[in-house]
Design a binder for this molecule. Structure first.
Ligand code: DAT
Ligand code: MG
Length: 150
């Protein structure tokens, strides 16, 4: 599987609870590369755009309120199969169903306070990165690359 990029967002509860370093460390230590990052407060209309596919769900209003309730950390991570593997690192949507060892499994209880977002497909990752980083992302390669990838 080719090198991919995924969009990862630490939600307001993750920021407030001091989990930024923990989340970054897990992706970094795995062998993925951080290609963009910013801490931002998003507007309601922006959060609605990010979650547009869920606009008909009964929890949509609460989800948007939660995302705008404090700053979030938006990131782009790159690496081999990073979309699917990123979802495994994040864990199941409902934290009580998420395996221990995953971020949601280790750090969350309620579905509406599940700490982190990760793109669910390469195509959605592309859309989310374009939405969150219209300014573009960094071009760099780790000097450790040959020690992580064959
Ligand atoms: P995921 O974030 O695992 O990709 P999703 O895209 O289906 O899950 O939903 C986006 C977010 O919406 C999810 O992280 C938490 C919230 N959510 C999903 N299902 C929910 C539900 N049944 N009740 C309340 N919030 C929910
Ligand atoms: Mg999703």
């Amino acid at each position: 599987m080719a090198t991919e990029q995924t969009f990862i967002m630490i939600k307001p509860d993750g920021v407030q609870r001091g989990l930024i370093g923990e989340v970054i460390g897990r992706f970094e230590k795995k062998g993925f590369y951080l290609k963009a990052m910013k801490l931002v407060n998003v507007e309601k209309s922006f959060a609605e755009k990010h979650y547009a596919d869920l606009s008909s769900k009964p929890f949509f209003g609460g989800l948007v309120e939660y995302i705008v309730s404090g700053p979030v950390v938006a990131m782009v991570w790159e690496g081999k199969q990073v979309v699917a593997t990123g979802r495994k690192i994040v864990g199941a949507t409902n934290p009580l169903a998420a395996e221990p060892g995953t971020i949601r499994g280790d750090f969350a209880v309620d579905i509406g306070r599940n700490v982190i977002h990760g793109s669910d497909s390469v195509e959605n990752a592309r859309k989310e990165i374009a939405l969150w980083f219209p300014e573009g992302i960094a071009e760099w390669r780790s000097s450790q690359h040959p020690w992580i990838y064959e």
